[in-house]
Design a protein around this ligand. Sequence first.
Ligand SMILES: Cc1cc2nc3c(=O)[nH]c(=O)nc-3n(C[C@H](O)[C@H](O)[C@H](O)COP(=O)(O)O)c2cc1C
Length: 379
Amino acid sequence: MTAPLTIAELKKLAKRRVPKMFFEYADSGSWTESTYIANEADFKKIQLRQRVLVDMSNRSLETRMVGQTVSMPVALAPTGLTGMQHADGEMLAARAAEEFGIPFTLSTMSICSIEDVASVTKKPFWFQLYVMKDRDFVIDLINRAKAAKCSALVLTADLQILGQRHNDLRNGLTAPPKLIPKHMWQVAMRPRWCLDMMRTKRRSFGNVIGHAKNVTSLASLAGWTHEQFDPKLSWSDVGWIKEHWGGPLIIKGILDVEDAKAAVNTGADAIIVSNHGGRQLDGAPSSISMLPKIVDAVGDKIEVHVDGGIRSGQDVLKAVALGAKGTFIGRPFLYGLGAMGKEGVTRALEIIRNELDLSMALCGKRDIKSVDREIIAEV
Ligand SMILES: Cc1cc2nc3c(=O)[nH]c(=O)nc-3n(C[C@H](O)[C@H](O)[C@H](O)COP(=O)(O)O)c2cc1C
């Protein structure tokens, strides 16, 4: 079998290797999935300008995200339950990202803990924070991220309450997952996944169990996750988070110009234009359609990143051309992980790097830092 050549091929393979409820947990958007679909579709509408007979030798994709050197302007997005796509998923993805020279962002709702990921990596990774009602737990999380030498904090702003995904309800996916007969059947259909999962002890929310008050077991965790996301979280909370953290702060989930301006006022270092991969407000615009407006409004005051719908290096190039200093990928690396473990994450990154490099060259550019709106075709 030839190695997968596209993210779509990795997705097909992941579907065959990951139990249905976890594959669909990744491959779903909220309600009608219109925003999830638009995230990808709107990238396809953007065309690139083909340029010829310009020097395309000695190309460079290296740039910086929040002051840190990255081998290409791509980071792995924080994704919950990643250790259910593949045993020890967060540790494997973090190592793949580290070897590739790009940031890995660990979710608060990860299976492997901050300490687990720190134990297998040498370079700093990033930590994504969900703000819970239990502020002592939040402060403890920030302190643990500091102790693990995380080099940026990604504060997720678009999930104070949870959007509804029909697939998760139909599959009976709960947090943490319960092993009901339907699940056992789905799991039994994926023997390789099962074997790997039996070999690891990491099968629940590693950042929470044993750290949050009164959460010592799977049973107590279910109630905790249900009630802990804080619907009262507001702009005024960003200040104390920033102060407590004291390092580079990225606010994730900005999709509106007014919110982007509010983010600038917090003194954050960067924002991620994002709709949570179409998993929160169904009917919201795609991330890429909002990017130019947000860049025009605040791009000279704060670093603007984007995620949602990136499925190729061409999509990364389009995002950079429209003003993003960095991009994040969620599902593309999850599909790689589900398909082939660490090697699959590396494969996803190689696919994206190759497509980005070739497309940049064929647009007549040699350095990703010089890519701008000029390479976008007027349609
Ligand atoms: C399975 C899954 C789990 C996610 N969990 C989180 C999370 O824990 N924290 C967070 O900030 N974003 C989370 N996200 C959103 C991603 O960080 C990112 O915004 C999104 O995946 C980008 O879209 P893409 O998947 O099309 O690349 C999740 C996304 C997926 C697909």
